[in-house]
Structures are given as C-alpha cells and as structure tokens.
Design a protein around this ligand. Sequence first.
Ligand SMILES: NC(=O)c1ccc[n+]([C@@H]2O[C@H](COP(=O)([O-])OP(=O)(O)OC[C@H]3O[C@@H](n4cnc5c(N)ncnc54)[C@H](OP(=O)(O)O)[C@@H]3O)[C@@H](O)[C@H]2O)c1
Length: 354
Amino acid sequence: MKVLVLGGTRFIGPHLVRALVSRDHAVTVFRRGHTRAELPRAVEAIVGDRERDVTALIGRAWDSAIDLSAYTADWVRRTGLILHDRVAHYTFVSSNAVYSDQNLHSWTVEGDAVHDPSVEQLTRLRAYGAGKVAAERAAEELFPGRLLTIRPGWVFGPGNTFPPSTYLAARAARGGEMLVAGDEGAIVQFLDVRDLASWLVLQIEAFATGLHNLAGPVPQATLGDVVGELSRAFGTRVEWVGPEWFIAQPERHTLESLLFWTDQRDDTAETHRAGFLHTMRNDIGRARQAGLVTRPGAETLIDAARWLELELGGVDGQESRSRASLWPRSTEWEHILDVEQSLLSRRGRLRSPR
Ligand SMILES: NC(=O)c1ccc[n+]([C@@H]2O[C@H](COP(=O)([O-])OP(=O)(O)OC[C@H]3O[C@@H](n4cnc5c(N)ncnc54)[C@H](OP(=O)(O)O)[C@@H]3O)[C@@H](O)[C@H]2O)c1
C-alpha cells in the first residue's frame, strides 16, 4: 500500500514508519523538516507546514493517510481539504486527553464526555484535549465512513524521554535497595510504542474504521506488578513507601516527578494519588477485541531506559552527546541517589526497635 504519514519523525512516527516499511508498504512522510529522524532509505520525505503551506500534497494520492501531527481542527482541514478525495482511508491519532471528566473510574469511547472544543480552555492539558476533540470532529467531517480514530493514553518506549518512562528501569538497573513511592495495587497504563505501531499497521491494512482507546500493558498490570518485574530482572530490592509518608518528606520534590502517581499539582495526598493515575483509566476493550497485544510493561520500561542510556553515552559517566532535553544526566543521578539514600535511612530508623 502507499501510505502517507503526516508527521513521522519524532517519537511514535519513526516506529510507525519502520513498522509500515517492514510490511512492504511504500511510505511518504510530510513534515517541516525541523525534527530529525533516522528513517529507512525507502521512505519518501516531502516538505510542508500544516500552519501555512501544504501545497506539496496537491496532485498526489495514497491508499491510507495517518495523521500524527494535528492538534487543531484547522490543521486537519488544511491538509484534509486536499486529501479527502485522494486517500481511501484516514487515521487520526488523538489522545485520551479528550475526556473531560477526571473523576470517572474508567474512560470508554462509547459516551464519556469529551472537552467542549468551542470553549477557550484555561489549562494546557485542557487546551490540548479540546483541540484534539475539534480535530477529531474535523476528521469525521472530511473522511466519513473511512476514518479510524485512536485515543492513546501514555505511550512509552525507546525514543521517549518523559522521566517516568525511564526512571524506574534505569534505577532498578543500578541495583541495591530502591525506594518506590506509591500504591502497589494501583493500575498503571502505558502502551509500548512498538506495540502501538504493529497494531495500527494491521488496522490500516484491514481498512478498519471506528474509535478506539489505546493503552497497555495487556493484560492489565499494577504498579506492584511492573516494579516486581523490574526488581526480578535486576535483582534489586524494593522498599515501598506509601504516598502519605512520601509526601511528608521535604526532599520528595527530587523524586516525585520521576514516578507514576504524581503530577505535582498541589500538596494534598489525594491529588497526588490522582496524579498520572487519573490518565491511566482507559477502557481498552474495543482495542483488545481488535487484536491489541502488548509485551510486558517492564520490557517497555527497560528498553526505554536502555535507549536513553545509549543516547547519553552511558547514564553512569561521561555523556558523549549533549542533548538538553534528555534526562537523567549523571550529576542528577548523584543527587537522586543521595536523596533516595537519606529517605531510606530515615525510613529504616523509623522501623528499627528502640
Ligand atoms: N507520546 C504520547 O504519550 C502520546 C499519547 C497520546 C497521544 N499522542 C499523540 O501522538 C501524536 C504525536 O506523536 P509524535 O510526536 O511521537 O509523532 P511524530 O509523527 O513522531 O512527530 C510529530 C511530527 O510532526 C511534525 N510537525 C510538527 N509541526 C508540524 C507542522 N507545522 N507541519 C508539518 N509537520 C509538523 C514533526 O516534524 P517537523 O518538526 O520536522 O515538522 C514530526 O514529524 C500526537 O498527535 C499526540 O497527540 C501521543
């Protein structure tokens, strides 16, 4: 098949492009050329800007288009008005940020409220969610009957520098005793980018349509399951501390942004527990019925940490490449381990008999 990828060069894009090429599809990427990626040689790259100039798409035709790069209805319309009668199938990559009710226990695609795209939203997350709702609706108007819309939650794996996607495995690989704060029983959801790519390619080959939440791991895992897998993989001992104890520690700021369950919104235990976990409530029944399979969560985290280690030239020592956006740097590691050690000893002192 001839497949157009709108985007394709940052994180999800390169994995998707490689998965398409490995299945012998002819891939064209459309992007500005600001973001560099190592894509297979066979990939055609065309240049344009969804903000202002999309003329490079005129006069071309593809069997399928995958829209990874739109955050607003305008962007979907600008390219969609050219593409709507030039592609047989369209995939819009949306997000679970479309769901407006943060208190629901599970987000389903069947009727859960989404943000109102007509209202000017105040926070960044909501603006992102509202923009995606508007973009989804524009795609529905332009590609009726041949649209696949996916709403992924967190997507992790090689290429993602978001700290919680790399910290736990990178820390477990260092051995010794590791402090993990949070609820062992909390459900965690993150989808391996490679599993997303493989699943999406199969959907595209089948010209599948409809709306799906996407998340992993499948089967569902708790934080305790994933940390247990990491601990066994590296022989690292784990000391669990509950959110209430952790939040009361003055040094917590060093570690909390690396963990799954906090988003630093405020200082109450309840809100911290809600943290990232409120975005890990996707009902993925439909995607599972449509064949979604994933690798174990720990494998995703380990591979993401290994990728980061290679990018940095070794998390332990000298960084051969200086990329400001990448984390962690070796100096930060020293600080993190010091803080962890002092928390572990305080915890130990509290436990030891007087
Ligand atoms: N990562 C997650 O956890 C997650 C979760 C849910 C949903 N998503 C969704 O996944 C999609 C993005 O994933 P990704 O960033 O990894 O995709 P990607 O396709 O790998 O990267 C984004 C692409 O957009 C291109 N681009 C940016 N601005 C552009 C413009 N004005 N005109 C044309 N092209 C432009 C970039 O190239 P240039 O810079 O060279 O233009 C780049 O190729 C987004 O829609 C996001 O909402 C991600």
